[in-house]
Structure formats: C-alpha cells, structure tokens
Design a binder for this molecule. Structure first.
Ligand code: GDP
Length: 284
C-alpha cells in the first residue's frame, strides 16, 4: 500500500475519527514498539480531544526488550498508561480490559452515583497510523466468537461492536491516523520497520540510515551477522565492508550498493539481526 497523505486525506481521516470518538469512552492508541514516537501522530492529544487514552506498544516481539522497558517507564512518567503487546500471538492483550476499566472508573462511578448511566461496558476505539497492527489486534481481541452487539443509538453509519471479556466493547473498525513526515528521519524509521513501502524512499538511503543506527547502538549484532572484525566510523564504510563480505562487487571491484542494501534489508526484515529498536527515550 502506498501511503500519501494530502491535506484532503487528513481532513477526512480526522472527520471519521471525530465521528467515532462520539461513541466511545477510551482510545487505544496503537504504536510500533520499535519506533513509538515516529509511529505516533504528534497531534494525538488534540485529535482525541481529552478522551482517556491507553498507549499500546505493539510488535514488541520485534523490539529490543530492554529499550521497550525504558519506553514503558518513559510513558508512565508522563502519566500515560501503557501496555506492551504482540498482537500476532495475543501476548499482553489480556491486560487491556482491566486497564480500560481503570481509565474510566472515576467518570463511571460519578455518573452512576448521579444516576446518569446504568452499569455498562466500556466502549473503546483503536487508533493508529497504517500498518501498526490495528486489524491484527482487533481480530485477536475478537477471537473466534465475534459477538456483535448491534448498533448504538445516535449512530448514522452502521458501527459494529466487538465484545471483549465481560466489560469491554471495541469498535470493529479502527481510526486511521496519518504519520508525521515533516522530519526525514521519521520516514526512514517507518521504512526500516516496514510501516511504509521501501519504494517510496531510496533503498540505499534506508539501509544506510539503519546501518548508522546499528553502528552506534548494536555494533555487536553487526559484527556477528557480517563477520566484521571492526566497526568502521562511517556508515558508508560499513556498507563497503558488508558488500565485500557478501561478495556484492561490480566490475572494477566497486561495491554494488543496491545489492548490498537489498541483502541488509532482507536480513532486517527476517530479524537476522535480532530484536531491534530505532528510538530510545534518552534521545528524546
Ligand atoms: P493495520 O494497517 O494497522 O491494520 O495493520 P495490520 O493489522 O494489517 O498489520 C500490519 C502487519 O503487521 C501485518 O503483516 C501483521 O501480521 C503484522 N503485525 C501486526 N501486529 C504484529 C505484532 O504484534 N508482531 C508482529 N511481529 N507482527 C505484527
């Protein structure tokens, strides 16, 4: 899928989210645990207009567990409740219901005391940029027994609710946010993690970005994977070394950068370099 956000798209996405927000009590903001800032919409506070929010660090199975732990501390320190997930296997999703209940407890208690509402399930919406795993998570939470609870009053469009556990209802379609592309590194991070298609950016540039990051943060992984004795100072030299090791040479002994980039990107995608994160809270 090619993602290109034009002002018109953004306005439409925002309108759709605003409609959905009217129906729900809490927002589940889904981000990629490897790039929790780049995969986030910076306008999220404004967009969600004060709805209680639970941040879900998805794809944690591919992220560096130590860095994910730091991110959890970081967001908790900002009073943003956070959970760590693997939506593919379902790991961590059993904690969502309780966390959602906790988020609305005060408001629900007050409304109940005033007799405004009867006890009812907490209604939630999943929000996130494309490819962070929204559909995967919705399917996981729905499980095999999708219990559609029907339309709610005041809804113009048909909205289906998925019942999760005894006290949570999830809107069956997520809210789609747009990523922020103003800073070039954001696009590169999203390309490395597969959130946007490589073809949108220069292939070698993506890999060079990743290699530079590994050089500083995961030098050992590089050494092991590509049997390097030393890690060069410059990312471009690293490119050369890996190209040589992998026999990516053109006539005249020049390094075939395109081929080298392809090999490295394939390794990244296949997790041959292990679990990696591309953002750390101490660099915010
Ligand atoms: P959406 O665009 O946000 O709805 O994203 P999808 O649900 O279509 O997921 C995008 C890709 O990420 C798919 O290939 C999923 O299988 C994969 N994916 C989703 N969640 C996880 C996860 O927790 N771990 C891993 N490894 N892959 C995931």
């Amino acid at each position: 899928m090619t993602i290109q956000w034009f002002p018109g798209h953004m306005a439409k996405a925002r309108r759709e989210i605003t409609e959905k927000l009217k129906l729900i009590d809490v927002v589940f903001e889904l981000v990629d645990a490897r790039v929790p800032l780049a995969s986030r919409n910076p306008m999220i506070d404004e967009i969600t207009a004060g709805k209680p929010r639970l941040l879900l660090l998805n794809k944690a199975d591919m992220a560096d567990p130590e860095v994910t732990r730091l991110w959890v501390e970081y967001f908790q320190g900002k009073n943003l409740p956070v959970l760590v997930l693997n939506s593919k296997t379902g790991q961590g999703i059993n904690k969502i219901e309780a966390a959602a209940k906790e988020l609305v407890k005060e408001k629900f208690d007050k409304m109940k005391a005033k007799g405004i509402i009867k006890p009812r399930a907490v209604r939630a919406l999943i929000l996130g940029i494309p490819n962070v795993g929204k559909s995967t998570l919705i399917n996981r939470m729905a499980g095999k027994n999708i219990a559609v609870t029907g339309d709610k009053p005041g809804v113009t469009k048909r909205q289906q609710w998925i019942k999760v556990g005894s006290s949570l209802e999830l809107l069956d379609t997520p809210g789609i946010l747009w990523p922020k592309f103003e800073d070039q590194s954001i696009g590169l991070k999203l390309a490395v993690t597969g959130a946007i298609k490589e073809t949108l950016l220069d292939f070698s540039e993506i890999v060079l970005y990743a290699l530079n990051y590994y050089k500083d943060h995961y030098p050992q992984r590089l050494q092991e994977r590509y049997s390097l004795e030393d890690i060069p100072q410059e990312g471009i030299q690293l490119f050369d070394e890996i190209g040589k090791k992998r026999g990516c040479l053109m006539s005249g002994g020049y390094i075939d950068y395109e081929k080298t980039a392809e090999i490295v990107l394939r390794d990244i995608r296949a997790e041959k370099l292990g679990r990696l994160s591309y953002e750390r809270p101490d660099q915010v």
